[in-house]
Design a protein around this ligand. Structure first.
Ligand SMILES: [Ca+2]
Ligand SMILES: [Ca+2]
Ligand SMILES: [Ca+2]
Ligand SMILES: [Ca+2]
Length: 346
């Protein structure tokens, strides 16, 4: 081996170690068990608190078995489904929800054992297996904006592709006073084409203004095939329910990512115009506010089928940033050695 080839082989080994350590570091976050129910106050944002993340929701005697769009939202006897019971905004307005992010895969509620993991601001429920998919319910609580991020991971560890309908419902605390202040299409009718909806309990407000974000801009692989403003057994239009068709190829993972925000989103004010201005930040992947994508890898983002991150239908693996930095360094050093060798033999 020449000196240069020895050097290259050593450098490649070093590069691999750097890349490998970076990859390990990103997945070895300390496990931090937390019992259900738990609350998540965000002291940096005034009175903001996400209340009672619990596994006591879903109606076991639902007329449409396992549907989050029918049955009792807060039943006295429950099906063990996981959801956020309520929230209070920065400006100290309570009763944002009467359960948010109640979820079904097919006709099965996404349930949870009484213990999950809370690492920093990220809650991860224990995965449950539904129709062959390992389903992981996660919530990220922002420190920057009055929003939480809901991501449902669907891992297919079987040898065949799986297609499922995923239904997600949020019932607002605004009850029969709920009005749709705005939707992303420019009207106040909530349909499958709306990326987001802003609702309130009608001015003057006593509950927070709610913004719910259902999918991203561009051409995501899936967007809702059904949308309803009547969820649970409430007769009035006091919630948002959406259903997605998700295909998970054999041995692969997919996810759905939605956001729920309160009041002015980026400040503590409570105005319809402020909420709409905040909602519009979700019209571009580049303006999603604050830390809301924190902890998600580029691969996670590309697997969330209701958003379009990266090139469409791209399956080319990408090097991590560390890998790119190490590779750039390696190429630079090799170039330097080559130049020196040329100078030495000139
Ligand atoms: Ca409530
Ligand atoms: Ca209320
Ligand atoms: Ca309600
Ligand atoms: Ca609309």
């Amino acid at each position: 081996m020449t000196m240069i080839s020895k050097f290259i082989s050593k450098s490649i080994t070093l590069t691999l170690i750097v890349v490998f350590s970076a990859a390990l570091g990103s997945t070895s976050a300390m496990a931090a068990p937390i019992g259900l129910p738990f609350d998540f106050p965000v002291p940096a944002l005034g009175s903001l608190i996400w209340d009672d993340i619990d596994n006591t929701y879903g109606d076991p005697v639902n007329p449409v078995p396992g549907s989050p769009f029918t049955g009792d939202c807060e039943p006295s006897t429950d099906a063990g489904a996981i959801a956020i019971n309520d929230a209070r905004s920065s400006a100290d307005n309570g009763d944002a929800y009467d359960t948010a992010w109640l979820t079904s895969v097919g006709d099965m509620y996404v349930t949870s054992p009484a213990q999950g993991d809370l690492t920093g601001n990220l809650f991860t429920a224990v995965p449950v297996n539904i129709s062959g998919l390992d389903v992981t319910y996660t919530l990220f609580f922002s420190e920057d904006v009055q929003c939480n991020r809901y991501v449902l991971f669907l891992d297919n560890n079987t040898g065949a592709g799986i297609n499922e309908q995923v239904s997600i419902a949020t019932n607002f605390g605004s009850d029969g006073s709920t009005i749709f202040e705005a939707t992303s299409s420019g009207d106040t009718m909530f349909t499958t084409t709306d990326r987001w909806a802003v609702t309130s309990d009608t001015f003057p407000f006593s509950d927070p203004i709610n913004t719910t974000v259902f999918f991203g801009p561009g051409v995501p692989e899936t967007t809702p095939n059904f949308a309803t403003d009547i969820v649970c057994d409430d007769a009035s239009d006091e919630g948002v329910g959406v259903r997605y068709n998700v295909f998970v190829p054999a041995g692969e993972s997919r996810c759905l990512m939605l956001f729920a925000c309160l009041d002015n989103i980026t400040d503590s004010g409570e105005t319809v115009n402020g909420a709409i201005a905040g909602a519009e930040l979700f019209n571009s992947n580049d303006t999603i506010p604050g830390d809301l994508l924190s902890g998600l890898s580029q691969q996670d983002l590309e697997q969330c089928v209701n958003w379009q991150f990266g090139a469409p239908s791209s399956t080319v693996p990408t090097l991590s940033e560390w890998g790119l930095i190490a590779m750039a360094g390696l190429l630079g050093i090799v170039g330097f050695m080559v130049i020196r060798r040329r100078q030495a033999t000139a």
